[in-house]
Design a protein around this ligand. Sequence first.
Ligand code: ADP
Ligand code: MG
Length: 526
Amino acid sequence: MPPKQKNELYKESARKKDVRTSNIEAAKAVADAVRTSLGPRGMDKMVAAPNGEVIITNDGATILQKMTVTQPAAKMLVELSKSQDVVAGDGTTSVVVICGALLKKCQELLEKGVHPTIISDSFSKASAKACEILESIAIPVDMEDREALIRAANTSLSSKVVSQYSSLLSPMAVDAVLRVMDPARPNMLDLRDIKVVAKAGGTIDDSEMVDGMVFDQKAAKSAGGPTRMEDAKVGLIQFQISPPKTDIENNVVVSDYNQMDRIYKEERNYILSVVKKIKASGCNVLLIQKSILRDAVTDLALHYLAKAKIMVVRDIERDEIELISKTLGCLPIAHVDNMKPEKLGSAKLVEEVEVGKGRVVKITGIENKGRTATVLLRGSNKMVLEEADRSLHDALCVIRCLVNKRFLIAGGSSPEVQVSMQLAHWSKTLQGMESFCVRAFAEALEVVPYTLSENAGLNPINIVTELRKLHAAGEKYAGINVKKGCITNMLEGDVVQPLLVTTSAITLATECVRMILKIDDIVPTR
Ligand code: ADP
Ligand code: MG
């Protein structure tokens, strides 16, 4: 080989090494940024957006999503957290922390001269084995066992800003899920069937589950329409009550008052005829979908609707339509000619009520109520309220995980220590490099107990060594009791979490590490 070529070849591989190292470094930096948020004693982050908006959160996915990350490999960690949010909804910090620890181990292995492909394959095997181990220590849970579900929700809420309200929020999350669960399809759960309305004013203690439906908007009463309706017949309409518009821009030139009158009259007649048809169907509460094409309802229309004693709620979002029609047992109506009594939903009472600093419309006493649930969340200010909303979402996701896979495992890092120990044992049965890599994988998982105790202000080395000892002695549920600052049996301490959260965190983190390992170049494009 001519010397020049040899030289080039060498340079290229150095660059590849550089790309890999810098990728790993960048991803590790992201992982380090969220590490301090892990666990009940973890810190919260204040995210300040350029527009002055401030968010306080403990949720890994939210922190990462708001973080301005530009390095491509670091972005993969943001995506990783997002995937965990989609799959499990909880464990979004854990997944990133585990990924960071695995990457650190990769770096050490690479320095020792292990080929990336070997690391990648061994990690994949180790993660499969880890899931097997987790399944073997998991405890089956029955959906009838409300207490167990509440315990799981409590664990997920214990690390949140709003954790002191978990005795209220956890049962609410569990009851909401149990209410929307269909006995005919017990493995299916759509969280979109649970509507969460967040309203500032009051405290989180005032939050409640509403037996019915709540709309965040007020009733339209500028024209003096009713704000309370008993024995309501609710119509959900998708058409507009306003003069039609042409597709193309055009002008009508009006030269005298006669013509102007004619236009007004024409508009009035049109709207009046629409309102008459609505009234004729027996409808007395009208929910109007938001329209982007033209006014969903004009002032004139509101005036006639008020005269006809029809209560109006405007600005219903398109994506709420399905939930509303499911809850009220009504059908969305796309054209005024389809206003038929059988398409309306019935409720005992529709009423605008004052909640905190604002007003909402409440529908109660719904006949044939569908399998949906509504939670009215309250909080003293927007920041608390938003975090409460995110936390409730996490709790709901935890219950959804249990619906999908009905197993619980202990929390407080006991599963990670157990898996780490068993993997280390298993690595001894393997050969050469593979054994070495699996061993490194096992050690990486100890980042969870290490970080949990660090965040709780305990001595991480003492705690991890103690945990190792207990697990070796067969105490497979021993974990860190963060609140008491010691090691206890996590099942007795009622700290449990869904199996799915931990298995998916380990699997996804491994996938991400393998992806980052296999990248040896960044190709910029325009
Ligand atoms: P994530 O976003 O990953 O869910 P969290 O901040 O919620 O991060 O922390 C989750 C970790 O905290 C899990 O490992 C869980 O076992 C642990 N944990 C939660 N509650 C407790 C508790 N009461 N005692 C000890 N560990 C806990
Ligand atoms: Mg959590």
